[in-house]
Ligand binder design. Structure first.
Ligand SMILES: [Zn+2]
Length: 409
């Protein structure tokens, strides 16, 4: 019964205001090519990466975007050291960059990484015996790359001259540690002071309507809390927020340059970083709805009196003037890639409740305030039920050891 109801909701959504903007069959076409075996998992500096870069550059060119890489091309090469069979090699990866010039003073970066784990020799494959096997990376991140391509098409083909320019970037080297986006922010092809905001898409292909999307960087500007809720509602999209500007994707590189960032994510799944992250599992209708939210966000930013204000989230996570679902927080960065039971900690903010309680990076919190944590959603649910100043017990797994600590929110 619930399924039938959901299907009805989807039909209703597909005829809503933005329905004509993004075509699911086009989304599928891009993802099927980028995540095909031909591209061999798009490992940084591999032939598959170059072929994916060519595909992206061809589309940028057809759309009439200005080449904004180096030497008048769409490509921005960068050197990176990759260990192959135990020996380090200096290899060249490349970002692909196209500029939609609306003659505006400020530019918004729309980005996603297009590299993945190749044949499992680089990055962090979670498949057993992964070496030599193609990791197609359909959700991670052919889906976000497709988002960049389709948003570029949308903003080129609409009849509006926006009040911002758009710099469309697909990054490489992300899986090796955000190398492409770090390179861009160190050697930008457009002055960073001209960049008003950065919108990132990393894994937007597995929308589950029961879980909704995760929007990160929420605390880096009040603009996100002001504009995104109504847009999400218009697409019947549930969302949870993560305040932090730093996380496991390329928006981090921009946040660290004091640029407001927002990152869209449909959540982790059992195919994450495995050879089974394939195109046939992508929810293309869901991705179209997410792209509607992002297009709407970019359009609504144009209607604001000023550009998004930047807030450093490392000094005031989950509070200040931003909208947040929670009154309390632990001050941790969850590991979104962890698919086991509990909440694995990827980062701990100094002098916040988790830090004060002695919780460390790598700990897995299995119980908080008497409630079991199965997934990150349970954690968010628990947070929403607590007040500042309350003391609760956290049960955590540190290696094989079970520990109990007192946390004061
Ligand atoms: Zn990714």
């Amino acid at each position: 019964m619930k399924k039938i109801f959901l299907a009805a909701t989807l039909v209703a959504t597909s005829v809503s205001a933005f329905s004509q903007n993004f075509q699911p069959p086009l989304i599928r076409q891009h993802i099927e090519f980028l995540a095909s075996d031909e591209l061999e998992g798009r490992g940084t500096a591999s032939l598959g990466e170059i072929r994916a870069a060519n595909y992206i550059a061809d589309i940028f060119q057809k759309l009439g975007l200005k080449p904004y890489g180096t030497g008048g091309s769409y490509f921005q090469p960068f050197e990176t050291s990759i260990a192959i069979e135990g020996k380090a090699h200096e290899l060249t990866g490349r970002n692909v960059i196209g500029f939609l010039d609306n003659g505006a003073a400020k530019t918004i970066v729309v980005g996603a990484h297009y590299d993945h784990l190749g044949r499992g020799f680089q990055g962090s494959s979670l498949s057993p015996d992964s070496k030599g096997k193609i990791h197609n990376g359909a959700d991670d991140n052919a889906s976000g790359t497709t988002g960049v391509l389709e948003l570029a098409k949308y903003f080129v083909e609409n009849d509006v001259k926006e009040k911002h320019n758009y710099l469309f970037i697909t990054f490489s080297g992300e899986e090796l540690g955000l190398i492409g986006s770090k390179h861009f922010t160190e050697k930008p092809t457009l002055p960073l002071t001209n960049i008003a905001a950065m919108v990132n898409m990393d894994m937007i292909g597995r929308l589950d309507d029961n879980k909704g999307i995760i929007v990160s960087g929420w605390g880096t500007s009040p603009a996100w809390g002001k504009l995104i809720p109504a847009l999400a509602k218009s697409q019947n999209l549930k969302y949870t927020v993560d305040s932090s500007g730093t996380g496991a994707s390329d928006h981090t590189s921009f946040y660290l340059k004091n640029i407001p960032v927002v990152q869209f994510f449909t959540g982790t799944h059992s195919d994450y970083h495995k050879i089974s992250d394939d195109a046939d599992k992508i929810n293309v209708d869901g991705e179209a709805r997410i792209l509607n939210v992002i297009a709407g966000l970019l359009q609504n930013l144009d209607k604001e009196k000023s550009d998004p204000e930047f807030i450093a989230t490392t000094s005031n996570p989950h509070d200040g003037t931003t909208t947040s679902n929670f009154k309390v927080t632990l001050g941790v960065m969850p590991d979104y890639s962890y698919s086991g039971k509990g909440l694995r900690i990827d980062g701990v903010s100094k002098a916040r409740p988790a830090d004060k309680a002695g919780i460390l990076v790598g700990d897995i919190i299995t119980k908080l305030g008497g409630a079991e944590i199965g997934t990150i959603y349970d954690y968010m649910d628990i947070l929403s039920k607590h007040e500042k100043g309350q003391e609760v017990e956290a049960v955590l797994l540190r290696g094989k050891e079970v520990k109990k600590v007192k946390v004061t929110f």
